[in-house]
Design a protein around this ligand. Structure first.
Ligand code: SN0
Length: 316
């Protein structure tokens, strides 16, 4: 695997899920693969799960890891080719990415969108520039528009917890005080469209995801209707794509509570975390036996390990 930026980098989804579950069963079986090799993790934004789970996955493979909080510890990076660099950015990504690639066999990058300029964000420039100039495999640790390690994790978790061969999976928008990226829902939708599930997206009007991601999902503005018969409820807030970056609703009637979970087929509750308790989801749901958010977060290790393993093995 040369890059892991989206589901399009994965030719066979069930095979990658199976490989991640193999890693989970036998975490140290490939400890030799990363010997004398180094993974560089670059963060332009905050992280808890991604940083620690990817580091743990790397350790399981025998990789050394270097982590840098780019915006705090490094020079301001210019992303635009041809820029006249007389502003506050001291270094161009063309040098930075190429230099980091001298020290690391694999590079991971996290960079959120600005949520101000839709065209700019959807060009996914930061991760794209690292791919272009690093020349070594690049893993997305959440880009402006996708979070593929999270989505792979979600698919693994659904595979482990499903009680029928083709479960009903509902991605539901939920309220939030801040404007958040579309990366997690975009990516989740993109992966669910490739998976063997009945996929429904519920959101208030104005929260339509780009059709490139929504794909063949059934889309409804009626959350309760969506919950009926669901096997998995995946809650997430996102800001509007059409009214780009805006908060159009903070309607608490969209929070996930126990009464709504009653409408489901004893559904498992999922969220990528971090989550705003009693805004996105009520305590009664996230603390219930049907909540699998901690197991889901645990699976981040196996998703990262399967991807890093394939990169080390040079396998697609
Ligand atoms: C990020 C997001 O993309 O929604 C990362 C999720 C993995 N979430 C946040 O930025 C939450 C911030 C907050 O204040 O709740």
């Amino acid at each position: 695997m040369k890059q892991f930026l989206s589901v399009h980098d994965v030719p066979d989804l069930p095979a990658l899920v199976a490989e991640a579950l193999d890693c989970k069963k036998n975490p140290l079986a490939h400890k030799h693969l990363g010997r004398n090799k180094t993974l560089g993790l670059l963060f332009f934004n905050a992280s808890l799960r991604t940083r620690l789970s990817t580091q743990r996955a790397a350790q399981n493979l025998g990789l050394d890891v270097m982590v840098m909080n780019v915006t705090q510890d490094s020079w301001g990076l210019e992303m635009k080719d041809g820029a006249v660099m007389d502003g506050d950015k001291a270094e161009h990504v063309k040098e930075a990415a190429a230099v980091i690639a001298q020290y690391c066999e694999i590079i991971g990058v996290r960079s959120f969108p600005g949520l101000a300029d839709r065209d700019l964000d959807y060009r996914d420039e930061v991760i794209g520039q690292f791919v272009k100039y690093a020349g070594v495999p690049v893993v997305s640790l959440e880009s402006a528009i996708r979070h593929p390690l999270q989505s792979l994790t979600d698919l693994i978790t659904i595979e482990e917890h499903k009680t029928k061969s083709r479960p009903k999976v509902v991605l539901t928008w939920a309220p939030h005080p801040k404007a958040l990226p579309q990366a997690v829902p975009n990516s989740f939708a993109e992966w669910m469209n490739r998976a063997d599930v009945d996929f429904v997206i519920a959101h208030p009007e104005g929260y339509e995801l780009h059709e490139q991601f929504a794909g063949n999902a059934v889309v409804t503005h009626n959350q309760r209707e969506a919950f009926a018969g669901a096997d998995f409820i995946y809650a997430k807030n996102w800001s509007s794509y059409t009214h780009y970056g805006q908060i159009l609703s903070k309607d608490r009637d969209w929070s996930v509570d126990a009464a709504k979970m009653q409408l489901t087929h004893n559904a498992k509750f999922m969220h990528c975390l971090p989550v705003r308790r009693n805004v996105v989801v009520m305590d009664e749901v996230i603390d219930s036996p049907n909540s699998i958010v901690i197991k889901q977060a645990g699976n981040r290790v196996w998703a990262a390990q399967a991807v890093l393993k394939r990169m080390l093995e040079n396998k697609s």
